[in-house]
Design a protein around this ligand. Sequence first.
Ligand SMILES: NC(=O)c1ccc[n+]([C@@H]2O[C@H](COP(=O)([O-])OP(=O)(O)OC[C@H]3O[C@@H](n4cnc5c(N)ncnc54)[C@H](OP(=O)(O)O)[C@@H]3O)[C@@H](O)[C@H]2O)c1
Length: 277
Amino acid sequence: MLLDGRKTADTLNEALKVKVEQLTKKPKLEIILIGNDEASKSYVKGKLNTASNLGMEVHINYLDEAIDQVSVEALIQKLNTDKDVHGILLQLPIPKHLDSDHLISLIDYKKDVDGFHTMNQGLLFQKKDGIRPATPLGIMMLLDFYNIPIEGKHVVIIGRSQIVGAPLSKMFLDRNATVTITHSKTKNLPSITKQADILVAAIGKPKFVTKDMVKVGAVVIDVGINRVDKKLVGDVDFEHVEPIASYITPVPKGVGPMTICALAHNLYALYLKQEKE
Ligand SMILES: NC(=O)c1ccc[n+]([C@@H]2O[C@H](COP(=O)([O-])OP(=O)(O)OC[C@H]3O[C@@H](n4cnc5c(N)ncnc54)[C@H](OP(=O)(O)O)[C@@H]3O)[C@@H](O)[C@H]2O)c1
């Protein structure tokens, strides 16, 4: 069965829209977009459209590819102190001459809508209330929407990045799953992935997960976004894995819309904390 991220996001966003309509002020998101990366521009457009449709305010700061570190830092500091701004998002990747870790560390963690700040990552790893990274949060929201049980399940995640694999593993752990994280140095990967009740692919390699790597009846979450011949392709060989999976996310319209949905929910949560409504 298809885990339809588009429809799920639409449903959850509709409910959020009603809540946003009741607020006295509009939640405001500031996006910092540096350079001309086409994929980044399209992600930012998706975030802008969704948040605007929900009645949230979004402002995009288009910065030149050649901008220097100090100027970006100054912009972040300005947005940190602006009381009308509830969320700040630095669209990644940024040009190599800039220090993304340092820039993220400068964002006030109370406005860190992406949940990438060390403080929010620490709160996650201490199982405390905080902003969770949008893609892992979106995946959990999708599984919950379809009432897919997590407790006691063996979750195998391929990929250990700071934005997907690592935080997701902790979120599954906190839901009482048994979690295995795999990566590029993992030996005998298929023998591990075949044990998964829930298999998450967050690698960035088109059709990497083949049918022989998946247990019959597994839930398969495909995080990958790869552009092949101008088409979007996931990390899972959907055509051959779909018939044996109990549930599977498509690419596109799977994890992508759920990430933006989770981001909007994060902005709403930040707004409530700042405005104390
Ligand atoms: N749908 C969404 O909203 C969304 C959001 C974020 C990312 N994405 C997509 O998700 C994918 C992953 O993103 P990311 O930022 O997590 O990527 P990343 O930072 O490049 O991490 C990729 C991970 O895959 C692992 N890996 C690479 N080759 C492998 C192999 N042969 N076997 C096992 N593991 C391997 C790497 O292992 P090492 O750690 O050992 O290098 C690394 O942990 C990309 O396609 C990205 O575009 C989608």
